[in-house]
Design a protein around this ligand. Structure first.
Ligand SMILES: [Zn+2]
Length: 316
């Protein structure tokens, strides 16, 4: 409670600096319990104080409301949107009740190809290194001893980077081969199925599209990009039983992961907005098809708050 006046000051600073600037936060998972392989993902406890702080000192808005205000230069001070990428089941089971508790609107961008029980390649890869029953791992013929969590995390990171920019089919084959070489079993599905997506939508969370297979769009042909973008929208509209008008580019760095080809397809497909993972805040001058976002990863409430307000210093 001692630091409360500081939060009040930051709220004031946000009011002065953050006029007509929109912060959009990116989350992926909200974990029921701490996961040593994902130390930076918030737990329910951490997410709870994030949302409490937003409710107390910021103006959380739905993406639709925020876009309306952005275009009419009427954003309230300290405006913030909460978004989640990929479509993890814990968005429904862990995050949604906390969002409801603080009455905070949110958007969840879903890659539809993982809604039938298959986990994303990155989660499958991490799981290989996370199994504490496994003391050794065969990495393409090289036998590596698995030790403590930092070493397991480091190895997983190395392999994530190694496979990330391979063409999607080669990437999936590489992960599949690692599973076979190590006789590894699959973990339970981590993503929402169609029925769970419908439940999330019914609970008032906005459903956005995030392609089918979560590819790096830039390496695909325009026709393939069109397919990934348009079909994920149609599929989600069917499952959620409502229009899907917001999109998130997979990986999301403009120029590196997607380019104007994807931007045009998204615009022509009938979306109202698209978010990137380029760090920053958005103003009315930014294209609504290249909205910036950032991840609030700070451990302390004060640093978290400072980081949110600090974002407003940036022009965009
Ligand atoms: Zn994603």
């Amino acid at each position: 409670m001692r630091i409360l006046p500081m939060h009040k000051l930051l709220q004031l600073a946000g009011k002065l600096l953050g006029r007509n600037k929109l912060s959009i936060l990116i989350y992926h998972q909200v974990l029921a319990e701490h996961d040593p392989m994902r130390p930076s993902e918030p737990t329910a406890e951490v997410f709870d104080w994030h949302m409490r702080l937003l409710q107390r000192y910021f103006t959380p808005l739905s993406l639709d409301d925020a876009l309306h205000h952005l275009q009419h230069n009427s954003l309230p001070a300290n405006a913030v949107c909460v978004t989640f990428d990929d479509g993890y089941l814990n968005n429904l089971t862990v995050a949604q009740p906390i969002l409801a508790k603080y009455n905070i609107p949110a958007t969840v961008y879903i890659a539809t190809g993982f809604s039938q029980g298959t986990n994303m390649w990155n989660d499958r890869l991490i799981y290989l290194f996370a199994d504490t029953k496994r003391q050794q791992i065969n990495l393409q013929g090289e036998l590596i001893t698995l030790a403590d969590w930092p070493q397991r995390r480091e190895l997983a990171q190395q392999w994530l980077m190694k496979l990330k920019y391979l063409p999607i089919d080669q990437r999936l084959v590489a992960v599949e081969n690692l599973y076979q070489e190590n006789e590894a079993a699959e973990q339970a599905p981590l993503m929402m199925n169609p029925n769970e997506i419908k439940q999330l939508a019914a609970a008032g969370v906005c459903i956005g599209a995030h392609t089918i297979n979560h590819p790096i769009l830039k390496v695909l042909s325009p026709a393939e990009q069109q397919n990934e973008i348009v079909q994920s929208k149609q599929q989600l509209e069917q499952w959620a039983e409502r229009p899907v008008t917001h999109f998130a580019y997979p990986n999301g760095v403009l120029g590196r992961d997607f380019d104007e080809t994807a931007v045009n397809i998204v615009q022509n497909a009938g979306f109202d907005s698209a978010v990137t993972t380029d760090w920053g805040v958005s103003t009315g001058e930014n294209s609504v098809f290249k909205l910036k976002r950032f991840t609030p990863w700070d451990r302390s409430r004060l640093k978290f708050h400072i980081r949110l307000v600090n974002r407003y210093w940036q022009k965009g």
